[in-house]
Write a protein that binds this ligand. Structure first.
Ligand code: NAP
Length: 287
C-alpha cells in the first residue's frame, strides 16, 4: 500500500495520477486535511483518509498499513514546518511505515538563505534519525514560478532581480512523474535523491533565452536587495513574502540551486521540460 499526503495539492496530486497508470487504485490511499477536497480520488476507488500534521491524533489511522508513505512538505510559509514534519515522521515511525519518501528541495542546507531549504535540511535529519527507511526527493525549483518571478518582461524587456545565480528550473509535472517511477521501482532509492531539469541558467541566461524566443532584446537588471523588497511591498506583496523570496535569489547567487542531475531524464525516458519550453508557452494572463 502506498499512502500519499498532499494529494489535494499540485505535486502529489499529479503523482497519484501517475501512480494510477502503474498500480491498481486499491493499492493507494490518500491523506487529506479536508476529505471533501479529495473526492476525485474517492471517485476513482482510492481510500481517502483524514489526516493533518497539526493534529497528531489523526495520523495513526491515516498512515495505517503504509509500505511506503509519500510525505508532502508543509506548504504554509508561516507555519513551523519542521515541527509539523517532526509530528508526521514520528507518527509514521509509530505506525510501522516501511519507507518515508519526503518532498524536499534542491539546495537543502543548514546555511542556505532560503528558509524552506533550512527546514528541509532539518527534516532530512529527522528522517535519518527516525529509524524508518527514507528517501528525500530533492526537487528543483518549480519552473512555472518563472511566470511571476520574471515580472512583466514581455512588456518592459527587463527582468529585475535582487541577486542573480543559476537555478535548475524544474517542471512540477516532471517531478511528480519521477516520484511515481521511484515509488513503483523494484529497488528503492535510499537517502537524498536530486530531481532537476538538465540545465541551471542564471537570470542573465534566462533573459538570453527570452530574447531568442521573442526576437527582441530582453535584459536582466540586478537591483539593490532592499530597493527590490521595497518595490515588491509597494506592488502589494506582504513584506515577509518579499523577504522569503529574497532568500531564494540570495541562495541562487550562492549556488545552492546550481546542480543538475541526469536522473530525472533517465526516469522519464525523455528530456525534462526546459526553461525555453516554459517561456515559449503562452504568456500567463496579466503578463
Ligand atoms: N520545488 C519548489 O519550487 C516548490 C515550490 C513551492 C512549494 N514547494 C514544496 O513542495 C510541496 C508540494 O508542492 P505543491 O505544489 O503540491 O504545493 P500545494 O499545491 O500547495 O500542496 C500542498 C499540499 O500539502 C498539504 N498540506 C499542507 N499542510 C499540511 C498539513 N499540516 N498536514 C497535511 N497536509 C498538509 C496541502 O493540503 P490542503 O489541500 O489541505 O491545503 C496540500 O495538499 C509544498 O507543500 C512545498 O513544501 C516546492
Amino acid at each position: 500500500m502506498i499512502v500519499i499526503t498532499g494529494a489535494t495539492g499540485a505535486l502529489n496530486g499529479a503523482t497519484v495520477d501517475q501512480l494510477l497508470t502503474r498500480v491498481p487504485a486499491a493499492e493507494l490511499a490518500v491523506v487529506a486535511r479536508d476529505v471533501a477536497k479529495a473526492q476525485r480520488f474517492a471517485d476513482l476507488g482510492i481510500d481517502v483518509r483524514r489526516g493533518d500534521y497539526a493534529d497528531a491524533e489523526s495520523l495513526p489511522s491515516a498512515f495505517d498499513a503504509a509500505d511506503q508513505l509519500l510525505l508532502v512538505s508543509s506548504s504554509d510559509p508561516r507555519a513551523d514546518a519542521v515541527e509539523l514534519q517532526r509530528t508526521a515522521i514520528g507518527a509514521a515511525a509509530a505506525a510501522g511505515v516501511g519507507r518515508i519518501l519526503y518532498t524536499s528541495h534542491q539546495g537543502a542546507a543548514a546555511d542556505t538563505p532560503f528558509g524552506p531549504g533550512r527546514d528541509h535540511y532539518a527534516t532530512e535529519k529527522l528522517l535519518a534519525e527516525s529509524g524508518v527507511a527514507w528517501t528525500s526527493l530533492r526537487n528543483g525549483f518549480y519552473a512555472h514560478s518563472l511566470a511571476w518571478l520574471l515580472g512583466p518582461w514581455r512588456e518592459t524587456g527587463v527582468i529585475e532581480v535582487p541577486a542573480d545565480g543559476p537555478v535548475s528550473w524544474t517542471s512540477r509535472g516532471d517531478a511528480a512523474e519521477a516520484a511515481a517511477h521511484i515509488l513503483t521501482a523494484a529497488t528503492p532509492r535510499e537517502g537524498l535523491v536530486t530531481i532537476t531539469a538538465s540545465a541551471a541558467p542564471t537570470f542573465v541566461e534566462v533573459a538570453a533565452i527570452a530574447s531568442e524566443l521573442t526576437g527582441r532584446e530582453v535584459t536582466t537588471r540586478v537591483v539593490d536587495p532592499e530597493e527590490w523588497v521595497a518595490r515588491q511591498v509597494a506592488a502589494g506583496q506582504p513584506e515577509f513574502l518579499a523577504r522569503f523570496m529574497l532568500g531564494m535569489y540570495e541562495a541562487a547567487d550562492l549556488g545552492f540551486f546550481a546542480g543538475t542531475d541526469p536522473l530525472l531524464g533517465e526516469l522519464l525516458g525523455r528530456q525534462p521540460v526546459t526553461v525555453r519550453d516554459v517561456l515559449a508557452a503562452p504568456a500567463p494572463q496579466g503578463h
